[in-house]
Ligand binder design. Structure first.
Ligand code: TIU
Length: 729
């Protein structure tokens, strides 16, 4: 959901112990456990001995609150209490305590037993689901929680942080139990909560409701705030009209205005734009751009096929208020990522195969309504940072035909930069998901590896590979990440879904400030003159945004970066290929790839050297963790130029290996140290400033990369987003 630009950014409502003030973009509505099991007769609540009339009375006010929050574009989070069918996530105390009470006659059925609404508090059962009146819409977050609190053993903290949430309006059942526990848990984690009185109730309201609410705001706000329903409805009502789509689409459906960002298209579709109109407009652009640059696509889906896909979306999703988050959003995909029935070439025809299943990421975006446009060009075997190593031609920067697009995800970045698609699914092993976005004025996000499923992608260097997202904005990258993230049990490099989450800073000076580090002058001296000038401007801009520049130890980043190509790790690229691959396919490979792979073989690296490098990697990773420590000394983000300079295509062709390795100076460490990173546009500079020829016309893009520690993606993206927004202010 997005907040309209015309809306006020902060609201304030009457509350206890004092007015509750909340920034709209950072506020979520939490609707706790409005499940049949708790609200309907013969469910779990009934067995608890609950007063069902009281809890049922909270449904109508909660619906009003939910609709007001939806209308205002707030993030909506629903929870459901319950357990996996084998009850392995249910502590025995929860299972047995009440039934074991001496003289118990009430708890004859316990969790997991078959009741009239299905097995009690068991996931997948009828009683476990949310009542029809409050059913979640597509795109809303649903958290399945095994405990009373919403935070124990769930991803809610992560999902709230991923959306930049710091303030929560809390509703749901029961006041004395899950509602109160969740507010207490959220308070410990730094969130500002406000419970909404009429939108919560419990099984013993006569005795518990008032005191449960009073405990929250006692002592000038021990746990948070409590407000009535009316003030919040009144505050949100004006936003509802600003944000809502017209109920009856206009007689003439809106034309496509050219804005391909996700929130712009979501709004246009809500207002009646047809994805068919978008596809028509897009294919004119794609055809026209073939004349500008014929090397973007390895496979372009036929317009008829995309029109048919668009048509079936309009048939499948008729309610414009309940469209899936990527409804009609066009995307491209690197041709090292599988789509069932289409060849995956990895820009290496001898390696081409036709997979029978698609990559997990492809299936996911399709299931959310996205429109597949085509497979994009890349440096062969996803090896390179230039975009000049493909038998399918050399794409150039969307800014200038003489300058490189960057690689290996070259076509990905050009397809987004030239406005041919909204986003592109790429990969990043050494900077491939950051350098090309940097050279095309778009965003390149490399998440912490193992957090987006990699299954169905041809590996370049399996232990370092990850999916990268190419988008127009940081917000779009963040939205896609929220959809794509997830543990994949069939991917052995996948990380567990739940990691330690740091607290949020919701109010006061800390909410607006952050600590950042930069490479030392010696490292930056590698950069071109305009890159150095623009980097200095970036530092000043970050300081104006509340960034505090801190001294850091650069050595782990530098040394880790060197391990990638100067050490033994590059051998893993050979390990990803069949043993006799080079001998068999030499003549069919790109000459620069042959030279590079031959050099790797000629090194005759030993197992002893490889183990030393692995041990060095662990040491540098620990040292880098200290740089990003969860303490007053740790920085939140490390800022580097995405690339030290922007080469011309002819410069790379004249000296392909050296010019390539230069480009990875600030990206390699991100993969070796398992950092998260986002390359973000940071202005443009005159071509003549780089070429030192005053007759050279045009501009080139400058890009900076925000790096942070493993699994600190939410923190990093929030700062990157603020930086990006500072250019629009
Ligand atoms: N037992 C009880 O009163 N409540 C719960 O178990 N869950 C919620 O409050 N949602």
């Amino acid at each position: 959901m997005s907040i309209s630009k015309d809306a006020p950014s902060t609201l304030s409502i009457d509350a206890k112990p004092y007015a509750f003030t909340f920034p709209l973009e950072k506020t979520a509505l939490l609707v706790i456990d409005m499940q049949r099991d708790f609200l309907l007769d013969k469910g779990f609540g009934y067995i608890q001995g609950g007063n069902l009339e009281a809890v049922q009375a909270s449904v109508a006010p909660t619906k009003k609150l939910l609709e007001a929050c939806r209308g205002a574009g707030l993030t909506i989070v629903h929870t459901r209490e319950g357990h996996v069918p084998d009850l392995s996530d249910c502590p025995s105390s929860k299972l047995a305590r009440q039934a074991a009470a001496p003289g118990n006659t009430q708890h004859n059925l316990i969790i997991g037993d078959k009741g009239e609404l299905g097995r009690l508090l068991t996931r997948g059962e009828y009683g476990h689901d949310i009542v029809d009146e409050l059913a979640p819409l597509p795109g809303e977050v649903v958290i399945d929680k095994p405990g009373k609190g919403s935070f124990w053993n769930t991803a809610i903290m992560h999902k709230l942080k991923a959306r930049g949430i710091t303030h929560i309006l809390v509703s749901g059942v029961t006041t004395e139990c899950c509602f109160a526990t969740s507010i207490r848990e959220a308070n410990d984690r730094g969130f500002e909560c406000c419970g909404i009185e009429e939108a919560t109730s419990g099984y013993n309201d006569a005795n518990f409701k008032q005191c449960s609410l009073d405990m929250i705001h006692w002592s000038q706000g021990l746990f948070g705030f409590v407000a009535g329903l009316q003030p919040i409805l009144e505050a949100l009502a004006p936003l509802s009209t600003v944000n809502s789509a017209t109920d009856t689409p206009p007689q003439t459906p809106p034309a496509f205005d050219g804005d391909l960002t996700i929130p712009a298209l979501q709004k246009a579709y809500k207002n009646g734009l047809s994805p068919i109109t978008l596809v028509e407009a897009l294919y004119s652009k794609i055809e026209a751009y073939k004349k500008v640059d014929p090397a973007v696509w390895i496979y372009l889906e036929s317009k008829d096929n995309v029109l048919a896909a668009a048509k079936s979306l309009t048939v499948k999703y008729q309610d414009k208020k309940a469209l899936p988050p990527l409804f009609g959003i066009p995307f491209s995909i690197k041709d090292s990522i599988d789509i069932a029935g289409l060849p995956t070439t990895t820009a290496c025809p001898p390696l081409a195969h036709i997979p029978s299943t698609s990559a997990v990421v492809y299936d996911k975006v399709i299931s959310e309504g996205a429109l597949f446009i085509g497979k994009t060009n890349l440096d062969q075997l996803a090896t390179g940072l230039t975009g000049c190593r493909s038998p399918y031609g050399i794409p150039h920067s969307v800014y200038h035909k003489d300058y490189i697009s960057g690689g290996s995800s070259s076509g990905n970045a050009v397809s987004v930069g030239a406005n041919l698609v909204t986003f592109s699914l790429a990969t990043d092993t050494a900077g491939s998901g950051r350098v090309p976005p940097g050279f095309n004025g778009v965003v390149g996000y490399k998440p912490t590896r193992g957090t987006i499923p990699f299954r169905g992608v041809t590996p370049a260097c399996l232990s370092l590979d990850c999916i990268a997202l190419t988008t127009k904005t940081v917000s779009d990258a963040r939205s896609l990440w929220q959809l794509l993230e997830g543990y994949d049990p069939l991917d052995e490099y996948s990380k567990p879904a739940l990691g330690f989450e740091r607290h949020v800073n919701s109010i006061g000076p800390q909410a607006g400030s952050f600590k950042f580090g930069i490479p030392p002058a010696e490292a930056l001296s590698l950069c071109s003159f305009p890159a150095r000038r623009m980097f200095n401007e970036t530092v000043a801009r970050l300081q104006k945004l509340g960034g505090v520049l801190m001294p850091i130890d650069w050595s782990p980043f530098k040394k880790a970066g060197e391990l990638l190509y100067d050490g033994t790790f590059v051998s893993e690229r050979l390990a990803s290929l069949p043993d006799d691959f080079m001998d068999k396919n030499r003549s069919a490979l790109h000459p620069v790839i042959v030279e590079l792979m031959d050099a790797v073989v000629a090194r005759q690296s030993t197992a002893v050297q490889a183990y030393r490098d692995l041990q060095a990697k662990v040491l540098y990773t620990r040292q880098a963790e200290q740089v990003f420590a969860y303490s007053a000394k740790g920085i939140d983000v490390l800022i580097v130029p995405t690339a030290p300079t922007h080469w011309k295509i002819e410069e790379v062709l004249a000296d392909p290996i050296k010019k390539n390795s230069y480009l990875g100076e600030f990206t390699h460490c991100g993969n070796v140290l398992d950092l998260c990173a986002a390359a973000v546009p940071a202005g443009t500079y005159p071509v003549s400033e780089l070429s030192e020829n005053k007759d050279d016309a045009g501009e080139l893009p400058f890009s900076v990369t925000f790096l942070s520690g493993s699994r600190l993606d939410a923190e990093m993206l929030e700062i990157a987003k603020r930086f990006e927004e500072s250019f629009r202010a």
